[in-house]
Design a binder for this molecule. Structure first.
Ligand code: GLU
Length: 467
């Protein structure tokens, strides 16, 4: 039987790192075994599901290069099919109508709490005659779960897990308004979509016991479930907003490349020996369930950024430049960018070598576009001492006399100035950097003097000296 996996996000929020990793694992598993990867949008929660979230999920997957087969399935559109399955379960005695009122259910929960028992539906209407139904109450439909024995889950990551059926209560399949619940829809859709394997977060493990019972009641084959440990933050607790952004889109905006994100997410819970840098082709060749770790892995932003640096340096530079150009135009306007394009092109190799994200590249050339007079940060101001200003005035005169405005010649001028003044290179380089960029970090000093051009350099030095 050929492999069919799926990613089944609920569009109640944006695509987060955990979801993206789940999608990636299912996609890789399908690719590895020459199968299909399907996408199902679980929009049964009509109040909390939004079109924006759906668009963002689809865009996030496309950004990562995860392509699904066929059209995405909208779970909500299959409600009639879900109800049809419930009729079948009712006819075969595996589902029943429950007329408990909200206050009766609350009482039931309260009682369980008082007795220190887990909060579960107590089966009040399981064997009651529907003719005894109180008037004016729209019933929910519940699954008649097994009471005796145990449900065995043969998990692809956790191994064999046995859950006592006593722990599984009669879950709701249809709400009082006739709408199908998530628990029912997942089972029907997994069956109808021919899902053979599903990798998902281990927060779904208890759902799997319920869903397995439902598959069995319908005499359908249960997909092979593999539950992966959730991603944790640096302090070891479940990854949440408190650890920084958990939204995939945030990292795209930060200038992380999709290849780096895929590699990082892959390594977050899956390993192949000591390999850290794993291309998508290698991942497809190597991915298997036995590489998935049993304990949670920790999200480490610095590691992601370093990995991104590797991808920036090793990917096709024209692709990186195109992306920089796009972002620069958004930041400074196309006209300003086109006017200064040659400066950026001149600095490109150095920028790519030194930066770990596209945003770092963009930010390190802010100085080219800054409106004059440029502003100085605190560190730059500290460097611009009176002593530094005297040196700046002197070197500005040397620049004025420079006949050949080339990077090599500029370097010669600065180095012989250092000798003449009997100072260290840093004594003049740092003030120049502060005067020209308003910061204390920038690409190499000779290249920035060169790209700004003589008159701009003289102007910026004189502005800084007046400060
Ligand atoms: N819709 C569920 C979620 O977003 C996933 C369900 C599943 O993978 O079975 O958590």
């Amino acid at each position: 039987m050929s492999v069919v996996t799926r990613f089944a996000p609920s569009p109640t929020g944006f695509l987060h790192l955990g979801g993206a990793r789940t999608a990636l694992f299912n996609w890789l598993f399908a690719k590895r075994y020459g199968g299909k990867f399907l996408l199902r949008i679980e929009d049964t929660d009509r109040v909390r599901s939004t079109d924006d979230a759906i668009t963002q999920i689809l865009n996030g997957l496309k950004w990562l290069g995860i392509e699904w087969d066929g059209d995405p399935i909208l779970q909500h559109s299959r409600a009639n099919r879900h109800r049809e399955v419930v009729s079948f379960l009712m006819d075969s005695g595996r589902a029943y109508k429950c007329y408990c009122t909200a206050s009766e259910l609350e009482e039931m929960r309260e009682k369980a709490r008082k007795q220190g028992n887990p909060v579960r539906y107590d089966g009040t209407w399981r064997d009651k005659d529907p003719q005894d139904a109180p008037p004016g109450i729209s019933p929910v439909v519940r699954f008649k779960a097994l009471i005796e024995g145990e449900t065995i889950i043969d998990d692809g990551v956790q191994g064999k897990i046995s859950i006592s059926n006593k722990q599984v209560d009669d879950m709701v399949l249809l709400r009082a308004d006739g709408s199908p619940t998530y628990m029912l829809s997942v089972v029907v859709d997994d069956h109808d979509m021919g899902i053979t394997d599903a990798i998902r977060g281990d927060d779904h493990l208890t759902n799997t016991a319920r869903q397995t019972q439902l598959f069995k009641a319908l005499a359908w084959e249960t997909p092979k479930f593999s539950h992966i440990p959730l991603i944790h933050g640096s302090d070891g607790s479940k990854l949440s907003k408190r650890h920084g952004s958990v939204e995939l889109g945030f990292y795209e905006k930060m200038g992380i490349l999709p290849e780096a994100m895929c590699n990082y997410l892959l390594r977050l819970g899956w390993s192949h020996g000591d390999d850290e840098l794993i291309s998508q082709e290698q991942a497809i060749k190597w991915f298997s369930l036995d590489g998935i770790g049993k304990s949670p892995s920790r999200f480490d932003l610095d590691k992601l950024i370093n990995m991104n640096g590797h991808y920036i340096r090793s990917s096709d530079h024209s692709k990186i430049l195109d992306e920089c150009y796009r972002l620069l135009c958004l930041k400074w306007g196309k006209e300003a960018v086109d006017e200064n394009k040659d400066k950026f092109i001149y600095l490109r190799s150095e920028l790519i070598q030194k930066s770990n994200t596209i945003i770092q590249i963009i930010e390190s050339i802010d100085f080219i576009f800054e409106k004059k007079p440029i502003s100085y940060d605190d560190k730059a101001l500290k460097i611009l001492t009176n002593e530094a200003k005297i040196l700046l005035n002197k070197i500005a005169n040397e620049f004025l006399e420079c006949k050949d405005w080339s990077e090599e010649h500029i370097e010669e001028i600065v180095r012989s100035f250092v000798k003449k003044e009997n100072i260290k290179l840093g004594n003049i380089a740092q003030p120049i950097r502060s005067a020209l960029t308003g910061t204390n970090t920038s690409p190499g000093i000779f290249s920035i003097i060169f790209v700004l051009g003589r008159s701009e350099v003289i102007k910026r030095i004189s502005d800084a000296v007046k400060k």
